[in-house]
Design a protein around this ligand. Structure first.
Ligand code: SAM
Ligand code: CA
Length: 266
């Protein structure tokens, strides 16, 4: 059993006040501060993550998704791909919502796009935006093989321009059930301003990578790869903005690199 330490530091009285949640973990609130002992976030444990993949994800992953995942693994930028546990989560959300019309910003080789297309009904549609057709073309044959290519409207070019084109057509306003944003992080807030007009009331926008590999809480002198350091301030700004945006209900879901779900309220 893990014993809570440093409780006295918080001047809370005796340790008898602690609520023991289970034998491994003691979590309590002390003067508004969250204190915990044991591991920090569960998925910092690689074996546990592997366990999730092997138990709940891989056995239920469609053959075509597996094929696309394995194909993408051979590509130089494969770390950009949506991991299969997150793909599974997105598919569950889409089905729960009965989503029919969706938008994806940032496609790469198309793993999350294929998840979306598979989860949509036969007459569902996903508009997919990316500056690179070359990367989309890597996954396109698998998407074709999956029999869902007719649901996909891929538009090449800067996403902002394509979103502005969508906005010029008023019939698109408030019409998207679900929007997944997984592209240039320094534009997320600019996307948010526009996407709030496109998503329907009650619909969802999911912003990906909102935990930014943990870099959000790194100290100023902590060593960080250049790209993590560069985009960190944009993600911090986004997270603060979303937390205060009264037009949406939010949940910061710590799956994969974090996805913040925003449900439009009005
Ligand atoms: N969702 C994808 C998946 O499941 O594999 C991963 C997307 S990847 C993290 C980011 C993508 O955003 C890249 O394919 C990149 O070309 C695209 N991108 C970056 N900046 C963009 C922009 N300004 N407009 C459109 N696409 C952009
Ligand atoms: Ca991502």
């Amino acid at each position: 059993m893990v014993i809570a330490t440093n409780v006295d530091d918080f001047d809370t009285g005796s340790s008898e006040d602690l609520e023991v949640e289970d034998e491994e973990e003691i979590v309590t609130q002390v003067k508004g501060r969250h204190v915990e002992s044991g591991h920090k976030t569960l998925l910092r444990s690689s074996p546990l993550y592997q366990y999730i993949l092997e138990t709940s994800v891989y056995p239920r992953e469609a053959e075509v998704l597996k094929e696309l995942r394995e194909l993408t693994e051979q590509h130089a930028w494969n770390m950009m791909a949506t991991p299969p546990d997150e793909g599974q989560f997105l598919m569950l959300l889409l089905r729960l919502m009965n989503a029919k019309k969706t938008l994806e910003v940032g496609v790469y080789t198309g793993y999350s796009l294929l998840c979306t297309a598979l989860a949509l009904p036969p007459d569902g549609k996903v508009i997919a935006l990316d500056i690179s057709r070359e990367w989309y073309d890597i996954g396109a044959p698998v998407i074709q093989k999956a029999g869902v290519a007719h649901k996909i409207d891929f538009r090449e070019g800067p996403a902002m321009d394509n979103i502005d084109i969508l906005l010029r057509d008023e019939t698109n306003h408030g019409s998207f059930d679900f929007i997944f944003v997984d592209a240039d992080k320094d534009n997320y807030l600019n996307y948010h301003k526009r996407l709030m007009k496109l998503v329907r009331v009650g619909g969802l926008i999911g912003y990906d990578n909102t935990l930014w590999n943990g870099a959000l809480v790194a100290g100023p002198d902590d060593p960080l790869p250049k790209y993590l350091r560069y985009f960190k301030s944009y993600i911090l700004e986004l997270n603060s903005f979303l937390a205060k945006d009264s037009r949406i209900q939010i949940s910061q879901v710590p799956i994969s690199d974090g996805v913040t779900l925003c449900r439009r309220l009005f």
